[in-house]
Ligand binder design. Structure first.
Ligand code: MTE
Ligand code: HPA
Ligand code: MOS
Length: 773
């Protein structure tokens, strides 16, 4: 089945925040953000801005009618700065005016006098100074301290992974419309309608039942709108509440880039020990997460880094510690993978380092350590593993032997162009790591004309969840998909929702839809049984017809629905689903946090131009554990998109803050994202069909986040290609691997006294370059 939004997307008819018709009298907001990253506000001069014709009101923290607080996990984030600022762009004033232009020109007239305070941008420096968002967390399995003695090979190193801008095509924004009796209706580009409702309730002082957050769809979220849509909604709601007029704010791209958080950069240390058979015996890792100036979702992201710190490998002795470090950057937040990719990069770097030092292919170590069913993760859950199945199938199907031989041959005759491949196996846990969040509800109405309206807590953000919800309803009720309509996501219809996140949206909301539709169907069967003088057990509904003991009757869907209505049988149902069997004890760091894991293996092939340092992504060939895909078209789209987004993170997207904490990569001229030309020339996706009785909706495993991590393979393939040209290249484990970094690694600077490179190594490099040229 096609994505139900395809048609309106292509015709430009799909409704996003900016497509909602404005009510007469609507005012426009714009935020004035701190010009410095850390300091004490000495004086704020609003007079010039106030004097701009058309300016209605300037809101500061003093105007907040409720609590000046929007922190979700930790209450450490004011809606508007009070006496201190903690990052560049931190909102200090919210200007409301008669037009967008007036609001923005008034923002430019605000001046603020800030006494500067020391600025920290480096997470290790923050950790050394005790600037932690939450207590450090440690996952432990076995005992690494004694395990080192069993290791024949021990390697240590340090890695860096940079941030990533979400770059949803629709920027952040909200539109708040006052209602009678102090109610507020909010249109918000949010993944978390309830998160917005809570933030608005808290900052306005209104009870949650007065706040309806209504979402049609987002032009992408990627985690960036799981928590960080709250700020703009709360500002608009505050202004609308005070002024009793509708207020809208949709951010300009550069405002969005400068003011919102991104994927967390991490700096990490690793130590890995292997025995003579290349079994990984022990692994230690320390993660320094750059959380930015407030907690936001950082503690949860930190937790997932630990959950995924051994990727898909079984390692009997693990000690992993993670610090969430407070710096003076915009609070970093959820981003596809939610800390998992950052953890997985480090173990892959450790394996790559071991392979490079031992002079073997990393695949030998990877393949020797894949987990098996029954193996324990450091957090206590036992694997139900598809790791070997995916790995073996990828090697066989895509003929790794031939790839290897072809690349060796190519490299032996091409001096200035080098190719390389890498394998990237993945394992990603499905469920919110916070057990309580794994619940969802659905409200299904069958109308008397036989059409069906479905409301859930799921937010459509391009991932196709509405299409999947529609499929669940149509299949469960045994009616044509055209009969079903997905309604907007509204906190008045579905309460206390979890954000659409953790790849779990279709599972959680889909199970609730299935429960609601099953309930209605069973009720209709009873009605049919009464009419047809048989038992409900004898009744089935197939393709909109009622069957008795397998024989079609003259009762169709419409007749049945109308009869149920006449009999005063409810044609509506509200159902609740909570993922069974999951639990986690954070004090022991043990439990069973995930409903299941998603596995896969990618083979990534790259070509490096060794004169320029530029490169091409030749192919990404994947065997992916789908379970049984309920919508192969949508799931393929998720995998392709995830791969490209992962490649972008690993190769070209470079978030740059200067020492003053100012974002330098603040526009698409300075921040490079993958375009059509950087998409791999070939993406092959082969399903691994698994029929486990898992907790996925219709056994169709969650697919949103896991494929992003295939992109990590590109980083390691690029390292190999560089080393094919310059075998002694010393390449820090520092992502993204931009063309600039590739060039520097291909042609290292000449050895100077005190340089780490030995004279012998340098001679070799120089000799090789001479040969090549
Ligand atoms: N795909 C599109 N097109 N747009 C998005 O914003 N977000 C990703 C992923 N795929 C996203 C996307 C993220 S971060 C998550 S967690 C999942 O979709 C959320 O949706 P799901 O739970 O329905 O998979
Ligand atoms: N993923 C996304 N969002 C979350 C999670 C998670 O695992 N846990 C809490 N919020
Ligand atoms: Mo996705 S990072 O869980 O929104």
């Amino acid at each position: 089945m096609k994505n139900i939004d395809s048609r309106t997307h292509v015709r430009g008819e799909s409704v996003y925040l900016d497509d909602i018709p404005l009510i007469r009298g609507t005012l426009f907001g714009a935020a004035f953000g701190s010009p410095v990253a850390h300091g004490k506000i000495k004086n704020l001069d609003l007079s010039a801005a106030q004097a701009v014709p058309g300016v209605v009101k300037l809101f500061t923290y003093k105007d907040v009618t409720g609590e000046n607080q929007i922190g979700g996990i930790v209450p450490d984030e004011p809606l508007l700065a009070e006496h201190h600022v903690h990052y560049c762009g931190m909102p200090i004033v919210f200007v409301v005016a008669e037009s967008e232009d007036i609001a923005r020109s008034a923002v430019k007239k605000i001046t603020v006098d800030i006494e500067p305070l020391p600025i920290i941008t480096d997470p290790r420096e923050a950790q050394a100074k005790g600037e932690l968002i939450v207590r450090p967390r440690t996952h432990k399995l076995g005992d690494t301290a004694t395990a080192w003695a069993q290791c024949s090979h021990i390697f240590e190193g340090r890695t860096e992974t940079n941030g990533q801008e979400h770059l949803y095509i629709e920027t952040q924004g909200a539109y708040a419309v006052p209602q009678e009796n102090n109610g507020i209706k909010l249109y918000s580009s949010t993944q978390g309608p309830t998160a917005v409702q809570r933030a608005v309730s808290r900052s306005s002082g209104l009870a949650m039942h007065k706040i309806d957050v209504d979402v049609t769809r987002l032009g992408g979220g990627f985690g960036g709108k799981e928590d960080q849509a709250n700020m703009w909604a709360a500002l608009c709601a505050l202004a609308a509440h005070v002024l009793r007029q509708p207020v809208k704010y949709s951010l300009h791209r550069m405002e969005d880039m400068a003011m919102t958080g991104k994927r967390h950069p991490y700096s990490s240390d690793f130590k890995i020990g292997l025995d003579d058979h290349l079994k990984i015996i022990a692994y230690e890792a320390t993660f320094y997460q750059n959380a930015g100036a407030a907690a936001d979702l950082s503690p949860a992201v930190l937790e997932r880094t630990l959950f995924h710190c051994t990727n898909t490998y079984f390692i009997p002795n693990v000690t992993a510690t993670a610090y969430s470090c407070r710096t003076h950057l915009p609070p970093n937040t959820a981003f596809r993978g939610f800390g998992g990719p950052q953890g997985m990069f480090v173990i892959e770097a450790a394996i790559a380092k071991a392979a490079e030092e031992l002079g073997i292919e990393a695949t030998v170590i990877q393949g020797a350590n894949l987990n098996k069913t029954g193996d324990e993760f450091a957090y206590g859950q036992k694997a139900v593993s598809e790791a070997h199945a995916c790995w073996d199938k990828a090697i066989e199907l895509y003929r790794l032997e031939e790839i290897r031989a072809r690349i060796d041959q190519f490299n032996s005759v091409n001096l200035l162009t080098k190719k390389a491949f890498s394998l990237m196996p993945i394992c990603f846990g499905i469920s919110f790591t916070n057990t309580r969040m794994n619940q969802a509800r659905a409200l299904v109405h069958v109308y008397t004309d036989g059409s069906v309206g479905v409301s859930t807590g799921a937010v459509e953000m391009g991932q196709g969840v509405n299409t999947k919800m529609l499929q669940v309803a149509a299949q469960t009720l045994a009616i044509r998909p055209e009969r079903v309509k997905l309604q907007t996501t509204s906190t008045y219809r579905i309460a206390n929702t979890s954000p659409s996140a953790a790849s779990a949206t279709a599972d959680l909301n889909g199970k609730a839809v299935e429960l609601a539709c099953t309930e209605i169907r069973e009720r209709l069967k009873v009605v049919a049984a009464g009419e047809l003088q048989t038992t409900a057990e004898a009744i089935t509904i197939q393709d909109e017809w009622v069957y008795v003991n397998g024989n079609r009757t003259d009762w169709d869907w419409n007749r049945l629905v109308m009869e149920a209505f006449t009999k005063r049988v409810s044609l509506s149902e509200h159902a609740h689903y909570a993922t069974p069997a999951i639990h986690y004890d954070a004090s022991r760091e043990k439990g069973h946090p995930f409903a299941y894991h998603v596995y896969g293996t990618a083979i990534v092939e790259v070509t490096v131009d060794c004169l320029r340092g530029t490169y091409e992504m030749e192919s990404v060939k994947v065997v992916h554990d789908f379970g049984v895909s309920m919508n192969p078209l949508i799931d393929r789209g998720q995998i392709e998109g995830g791969i490209v987004q992962g490649l972008g993170w690993m190769t070209m997207e470079e978030v740059v803050y200067d020492k003053e904490g100012r974002l330098r990569s603040n526009a698409l001229s300075t921040y490079k994202v993958p375009d059509l030309y950087s998409v791999p020339k070939e993406i092959a996706i082969e399903p691994l069909k698994t029929e486990q009785d898992n907790l996925a909706i219709f056994r169709s495993k969650a697919v949103g986040e896991p494929p992003l991590m295939y992109g990590i393979g590109a980083y390691f393939a690029l390292r190999k290609a560089i080393r094919a040209f310059n075998p002694t290249a010393i390449i820090p484990y520092d992502a993204p691997m931009t063309p600039e970094k590739v060039l520097m690694a291909l042609y290292p600077p000449r050895a100077t006294p005190g340089s780490v490179r030995s004279a012998h190594e340098q001679t070799e490099v120089t000799a090789r370059l001479a040969v090549n040229s």
